[in-house]
Design a protein around this ligand. Sequence first.
Ligand code: XMP
Length: 517
Amino acid sequence: MAHELVIVLDFGGQYNQLIARRVRECNVYCEVKPFTTPLSELKAMNPIGIIFTGGPNSVYLEESPHVDPEIFTWGVPILGICYGCQLMAHTLGGKVTEAQDDSAREYGKTETFFDTVCPLFKGLPESGISWMSHGDYMAKVPDGFELVAHSNACPNVGIADVKRGFYGVQFHPEVNHTEHGTDMIRNFLYEVCKAKGDWTMGDFCKSTVQTLKEQVGPDGRVLLALSGGVDSSVLAALLAEAIGERLTCVFVDHGLMRKDEGDEVEAAFSKWNVNFVRVNAEERFLSKLAGVEDPQEKRHIIGSEFGYVFRDEAERFGITKQDFLAQGTIYPDVIESGKGDADVIKSHHNKLLPAEVVARFKDVLEPLDLLFKDEVRQLGRELGLPEYLVMRQPFPGPGLAIRIIGAVTKEKADTLREADFIYRDEIAKAGWDKQISQYFAVLTNCRSVGVMGDGRTYDYTLALRGVTTNDFMTADWARIPYEVLDKISVRIVNEVPGINRIVYDITSKPPATVEWE
Ligand code: XMP
């Protein structure tokens, strides 16, 4: 069955996939297309609506992305967000200029007032906080449009031409910081585009299994890079459904897993009806990492070494050049590793495969690479994975290497493993494990003086990190009660030699990131 479709037309903004994800959340199928997609191609897709994304450019500059003006006579409803809104205004005869005074430039959380008679804001409160990020200003709105939202600094934060189904907002309804943002997107879909809402994660599951079947073909085999975490486990289940025993799951224990984790992953997957292989490669990884202090360098070494292990295992199991490598890469891995013009924040391990390893396979399959973590979890439930697996807190591919600041040694890894175990144990005992999205210990490279018994110590400072988040793109630090923190601190300092001081990390993301490296 063909689903109703909304197209997100991408003008290079940061949040494009987030818009797509919000649309999916509202049960409408959605695809992101570059702004250069010819109008004829967009028309052939027969969408019920189009959303223009934000973007870093100024619409009045010739070299900035534009659209075929005919898109506005086609008769399909359009929602423009930020740059998308300015583009609509500019193309339809309005005037967009650089904001002359600072008050018309808006960044961050801004109180905004809505005309709730407008279909976009139907049923919403008359004011709320919205997330702005624009330096340009709509000096004149096009004919036929009315002003439907304003802030204290700016009279035209939202514009609408209800007759033609054109809406534009200067803020970002797709980000969590905008109150009722998803409701605005839902209103666009249901009130303006008249969506029926016929798409579910179950559909995604079915269509992905079918696509994988076709991609791999009747005889192809797949080597899956399995970490035992949510993403690769969900992919294992998808592939098992698509190709059964032609799937080989390779779990690499690089010696930088959490305490007992390697054995736990092995125990869990031995019960599955899949080919499971564990590779113990501690020596291989630690020797490559010896003396390396730079976070990106560590990530590069680990990413490539994973690749070489997969290549070796492919040889061992007779997986040929006609076969495939699969990875549970998800969208945040792609975006943080730097995509298009976006900055490289940190390279996620699965984006660092050496070219020769990629060339060793027919293709690399990454069918989850447009999904966010909570969508992957939903997909896992769809596939019948147990809740403890679906809700496992994420653990990064490079493992403890990016939680040991400075050079990695086996001794430091063992110290961190013990401390991290106590942290997790106490959090679970306090009943906080379900409330914190991710929590772990970091072995800082900082040593300080302490006193234990009657003696002086000069040992490492351990940092505890705990965050709450839905999508891991932004996060807040978890408000763990002092008593719980106190217990953890006392236990770790008493039980783990080499650590004499504990600190708790109270920074959100941004400006920090979740992991320290
Ligand atoms: P950051 O530190 O980027 O973390 O704010 C966001 C989420 O991504 C996880 N992370 C990784 N996951 N490979 C992964 O599979 C990686 O290289 C990697 N680096 C960070 C991190 O644990 C958090 O959940």
